[in-house]
Design a protein around this ligand. Structure first.
Ligand code: SF4
Ligand code: SF4
Length: 329
């Protein structure tokens, strides 16, 4: 099925103005509810030889990464700092929790590969493209299941991860932690599992993450308690937003102790995408502010600062001496 046909089907489920807004932001639609978007770092890697921080920290190759979501329009939260289009943005309304008929895994895998190929076509003929990397990029090896939306809403998530692994991909899965039973039931663990922790207390959580399901804070806490049972490396991912969620390090430390993650990634909110409609530029902390926060967290948790990326305003903490690396990058 070609892209115009796909957009026609999707328009029946979500408003066409949303579809247009996403198209404008260069989302590639896959099936009825999935999508791929070029990560800015893919471009940086291919044209300016600059890898993303996940290559720096964990060795996955930026130019061989597909950034995708199997639940493009659906989420259990409406975080203020999120770059995705949310119900109400641009006066576009739809029910983010009215879930669709889910596509089969193979459709999403094949569609994602095709979308990535289409994205890469733009670099063929660009005189600034690094040709060695371009050739490698044509065989992607990593999937970031994290673009927008809550991936655990997708019914066959474990099978999706498994299908990518069968094709020798590594997978990094990012969840907001509001669906602990779905995580516990995963038929296949991702290569690395991220859980977002963006509030130290329920009160801040309700204000910043704006859950759309009841009991979300309790569910998140349940997920934190589940993390030690995973065999894959686990990450507590914090999106730090000035004036909203950068206080109360003691409570953060208490929650992190429960999860006992392999890593903590403390990262600045970025004033991009549809978050511009909800937050001002001044909400974005400078790298130094993120680093100071990470230092306070290190003191309270016993985790050490292992690495940082000034460009991405992110600091990596762990109890390990060095991160586990998955590729030769
Ligand atoms: S791992 Fe994340 S930051 Fe790096 S290229 Fe993939 S999507 Fe972009
Ligand atoms: S949980 Fe993730 S996708 Fe959902 S609103 Fe928050 S940041 Fe966006």
């Amino acid at each position: 099925m070609n892209q115009p046909e796909l957009w026609r089907i999707v328009k029946k489920q979500v408003p066409s103005s949303l579809v247009q807004a996403l198209k404008k932001q260069r989302y590639h639609l896959v099936g009825n509810h999935s999508g791929v978007k070029r990560c800015k770092w893919l471009h940086e890697a291919l044209v300016h030889d600059r890898p993303c921080y996940k290559q720096k920290f964990y060795g996955i190759k930026t130019h061989q990464c597909i950034q995708m979501s199997p639940a493009l329009y659906y989420c259990t939260q409406q975080c203020l700092f999120c770059w995705r289009a949310q119900n109400g943005d641009l006066q576009v309304n739809w029910n983010e929790m009215k879930l669709p008929n889910w596509d089969p895994v193979e459709r999403i895998v094949q569609g994602s590969l095709q979308a990535q190929e289409a994205i890469l076509t733009g670099y063929n003929g660009n005189p600034k493209t690094n040709w060695r990397k371009f050739r490698e990029a044509l065989t992607p090896r990593h999937v970031a299941i994290s673009l927008t939306g809550e991936p655990t809403l997708y019914e066959h998530l474990g099978e999706l991860i498994e299908a990518f692994h069968r094709k020798e991909f590594t997978t990094f899965l990012v969840t907001n932690g509001t669906r602990p039973s779905k995580l516990a039931e995963l038929t296949k663990e991702p290569t690395q599992l991220y859980v977002s922790l963006c509030a130290p207390t329920e009160q801040v959580f309700n204000r910043v993450c704006r859950p759309q399901v009841s009991g979300a804070w309790k569910s998140l806490n349940e997920t934190l308690g589940l993390l030690p049972s995973f065999r894959c490396p686990t990450v507590i991912r914090m999106t730090l937003t000035k004036g909203l969620n950068m206080e109360n390090v003691d409570e953060y430390a208490r929650l992190i102790a429960k999860a006992d993650p392999t890593y903590i990634e403390a990262k600045a909110y970025m004033h991009i995408g549809f978050s511009n409609l909800r937050l001002g530029f001044e909400r974005m902390p400078a790298h130094k502010e993120v680093y100071d926060f990470a230092q306070r967290l290190a003191e309270k948790t016993g985790y050490k600062i292992l690495d940082e990326s000034v460009d991405s305003r992110v600091v990596l903490l762990s109890k390990r001496e060095s991160p586990i690396r998955f590729g030769s990058g």
